[in-house]
Write a protein that binds this ligand. Sequence first.
Ligand SMILES: Cc1cc2nc3c(=O)[nH]c(=O)nc-3n(C[C@H](O)[C@H](O)[C@H](O)COP(=O)(O)OP(=O)(O)OC[C@H]3O[C@@H](n4cnc5c(N)ncnc54)[C@H](O)[C@@H]3O)c2cc1C
Length: 377
Amino acid sequence: MATPLRVLVHGGGIGGLTLAVALARRGHTVEVAELRDELDALGVGIIQPSNALHVMREIGLLDDCLKAGFEWEVLTIADPTGATIAEIPQPRMGDAPSNNGIPRPALAKVLGAAATAAGVTIRFGSTISELTDDGSGVDVTLSDGSTGRWDLVVGFDGIGSPLRGRLYGDRFAPEYTGFANWRVTVPRQPRVQGVVMSTAGPTAKALLTPITRDLMYLGAVFAEREDFRPDPERAHEQLTERLSAFSGPVAEALGAIPGPEAVVYSRISQVTVEEPWHVGRVVLAGDAAHASTPHIAQGAAMAVEDALVLAESLDSEDQVPAALAAWEARRRPRAMWVQRMSRAVLKQETGTPTTPEEDELLKIGIPGSAHVLVKAY
Ligand SMILES: Cc1cc2nc3c(=O)[nH]c(=O)nc-3n(C[C@H](O)[C@H](O)[C@H](O)COP(=O)(O)OP(=O)(O)OC[C@H]3O[C@@H](n4cnc5c(N)ncnc54)[C@H](O)[C@@H]3O)c2cc1C
């Protein structure tokens, strides 16, 4: 598009801020409406696989991410005592490193600083109150009372996306998988130089993920009732009970949990918007459109890919609706593949019966997925 656009991004999470940076650096005017009062994030870490790092390089933030995180190349499969079963080198996308573990608050800080430096206005504590799309623009009133007319409104507002509700009602509500993720940040053990995935029996798995020189996180998934919440007084003990089959590094990590408040508990849900991801000039992206389970660590990677590809599609098309259609044609097959693969791995790891299609996907599995996803998007 030759003319600079006015774009409102609803949600200043990983995808929304990546889009804001990519668009502002192309000369578009961008505002972000973010519900929270500041750019904090859950105090745990996240893996940026090579395809996500490729996006960070494209928007000029690769070095900042690597500086704030812990770069790693080899996935280690271990037994319950921590003894190595296999070491699997991870692929690279172009010359981006294969993986970076990073604390979520550090990633939010890198993205937020870059957005502000690029001229993006971030309106904290605000959300969309009213929205009218008349075909040639979208009139929006935010909860802080500000009003504006936008060429494009992007819902990067996460798995619970209020904008999705506004567009589609409750047709595509998050579906709870029956499983939940327990995470806790502890001191990094020197032997944890990349993700160490330990399994005990067919269905118990614990992951150690380095996120800085000094920190790593321990993560594990278990079947939990939808209304279950960890006991605030003894959440660390509840996690320790669930991981009782492990000794070695996992047991050592459990022993390093400072107290129950350190445990972060997230129910795992998924969302698939089965109609077009855009209605007129309003579009959903990232988790709002296609949240997957975290089993191949690709949710945020898909969100940042969505962001970059959307910026590229707006470059190459003359009209916003055409750009949105071109964008979705590129994004949907890949995001849906990630969702199906993630769900298949969840089922495999939890002993849930799989379909023949999932059995085919599982021949590729976690290490193979990384190879599939470093191909161009
Ligand atoms: C346990 C777990 C582990 C994971 N590990 C990984 C991993 O290692 N690697 C990976 O790539 N992915 C991982 N993911 C997935 C990843 O966290 C998400 O896919 C990613 O954060 C999606 O980015 P997003 O920008 O779409 O949404 P989010 O990052 O969720 O951002 C949404 C933003 O919208 C804001 N918002 C919400 N409502 C409103 C509103 N009404 N108005 C304004 N703003 C609003 C929120 O405050 C938030 O800032 C994991 C997920 C889970 C649950």
